[in-house]
Design a protein around this ligand. Structure first.
Ligand SMILES: [Zn+2]
Length: 496
């Protein structure tokens, strides 16, 4: 077992498992060894196989460096779908295929120039601005007053009626910048709990108002630090955004913020060019593979991650890591030939970054099968070690999952499970359909800096933590697939 690369804390955990494994295999006649529960014995084999023969680093290197960024709707994303299907086939998985769904338009990134023209004149650095996803181009260069539009509720828009023609607007006061993630110099106050549906509606109304009022462009804050972007889409459901929209680097956004706060009549200019939309709808894909169940093949446990990424970096921590974890879990479970009772299905989704669209499309296409899906576990918080599993408020499963994962706590120190809900990844699409969907709670490992940014590259990946992710996912899938019954569902509220 190659433990020399692991930090000491982890050596302690994995090392103990290795010693015990050695004892179990060498000293078979020991009565306690013979008594070990067959599921726990299989778990030990899974942990050892990952520790000794992981293919994750090379898979992830290929995915990020050779295939590169994987924006949904691009050729690179399709290549990633095909390549992951090839890997699943090479590992001997069954029913390997791509499942298609459709987006209204694919989008190709162009370039942005932005600058201040009054009260002083300068051009922002070439790396200071990037088009938001699905932004249209500006008609040439647009120039106009910089206006901060403060909208907390729909009624606030009224104050701006008739005042925004030709303006370039900003809509957010920058939050204090995080300087160092682990020990912040300026601790950030937690954001107040927000009603996301209401917020989405407010943004839609605001954007429609801007369009009607003749706003020329929108500048958005990246809400990170040290020049890092936090890319997202400005267009809903793969439609072109209603206005040309660009993200500014945190430093540039702060500068414009200070100018408009202190000076009268600040004017800026913005050029977005070279962004392209597909003429019509584009077919995109999820990669799917499985190990058929030996006793209850129609009942399914799903391991998932999204294969798509933003396009400034190469999608290493968001979410090449999760994709490589799912591939590795598939490799190991297949190689060990454990014959799980239920089917274990592996899904690499697309369209996550623009709003969980690939998993929603999957759930919709498989509506009839949802009641036979016992659980879904998603890995999508970067390279960090999996500390816990967030059960998303599925209190009815707490005891049974805790018991099923007891070997992980003993063998590699998985912490107590949590009922906490984490938003914003593909497990949520399943939860919405009544399927117990869970999320891997991970150590931060700079995820908040790297994700969606130009710094999301292979060099950020921590090998031993990635291996830990595959160990947790593979054991989870196997142990849940071996339970006597499917996991219990939330009691129906009757209204959904
Ligand atoms: Zn992600």
């Amino acid at each position: 077992m190659e433990l020399k690369h692991l930090p000491r804390r982890r050596q302690g955990r994995l090392g103990a498992a290795a010693v015990l494994l050695a004892v179990v295999s060498l000293a078979g006649p020991e009565p306690w060894a013979q008594e070990e529960d067959p599921v726990a014995a299989a778990d030990r084999r899974i942990l050892t196989e990952v520790a000794e023969h992981s293919e994750q680093m090379e898979n992830l290197r290929y995915l990020t460096d050779t295939i590169g960024a994987r924006l949904t709707g691009t050729e690179a994303m399709k290549r990633a779908n095909e390549w992951t299907a090839e890997r699943f086939r090479a590992y001997g998985l069954a029913n390997v295929h791509l499942e298609s769904w459709t987006i209204a338009h694919s989008w190709k990134r162009g370039t942005v120039r932005a600058g201040v023209v009054a009260p002083t004149q300068f051009t922002l650095a070439a790396e200071a601005a990037e088009a938001a996803g699905w932004s249209p181009n500006t008609p040439g260069t647009v120039r106009g007053p910089l206006v901060y539009v403060k909208v907390e509720k729909v009624e606030d828009l009224e104050a701006y009626r008739g005042k925004l023609r030709g303006a370039i607007v900003i809509t957010a006061k920058p939050r204090p910048r995080q300087r160092v993630e682990e020990r912040p110099l300026h601790p950030r106050a937690p954001r107040p709990r927000r009603n996301f549906a209401a917020l989405r509606k407010l943004r839609q109304e605001r954007d429609a108002f801007f369009k009607k009022e003749g706003v020329a462009g929108v500048l958005r804050d990246s809400d990170k630090s040290f020049g890092l972007f936090n890319m997202s889409t400005a267009g809903r459901n793969y439609q072109p955004a209603s206005l040309p929209t660009a993200f500014l680097s945190p430093e540039s956004y702060d500068l414009l913020w200070r100018l408009q706060e202190k000076e009268e009549d600040v004017e800026v200019e913005l050029t977005i060019e070279g962004c392209e939309f597909s003429q019509g709808p584009v077919e995109v894909y999820n990669t799917v593979a499985e190990i058929p169940g030996s006793e209850k093949p129609d009942e399914v446990v799903i391991l998932g991650a999204h294969l798509d990424s933003w396009d400034l970096g190469t999608g290493a921590t968001d979410n090449g890591t999760g994709s490589s974890v799912v591939l590795e879990a598939a490799r190991v479970l297949q190689k060990l030939d454990l014959k799980p009772k239920r089917t274990i299905r592996f899904i690499l989704f697309s369209g996550e970054e623009q709003g969980l669209h690939g998993s929603r499309a999957y759930v919709k296409a498989h509506e009839d099968e949802m009641e036979k899906i016992s659980a879904v576990l998603v890995h999508d918080a970067g390279t960090g070690r999996v500390d816990t599993i967030a059960l998303q408020g599925n209190a009815q499963v707490y005891d049974v999952v805790t018991k099923a994962l007891a070997p992980l706590r003993r063998m590699i120190g998985l912490e107590t499970l949590t009922l906490r809900s984490v938003r914003g990844s593909d497990h949520a699409s399943f939860n919405r359909a009544g399927v117990p969907g869970f999320f891997c709670g991970q150590e931060r490992a700079s995820y908040r800096q790297t994700h969606h940014s130009q710094a999301d590259t292979f060099d950020k990946v921590i090998r031993e933590d990635l291996l830990n992710g595959a160990q947790v996912m593979a054991v989870f899938a196997y142990n849940i697939a071996q339970l006597d019954k499917m996991l219990p569902r939330r009691p129906s509220t009757g209204s959904e």
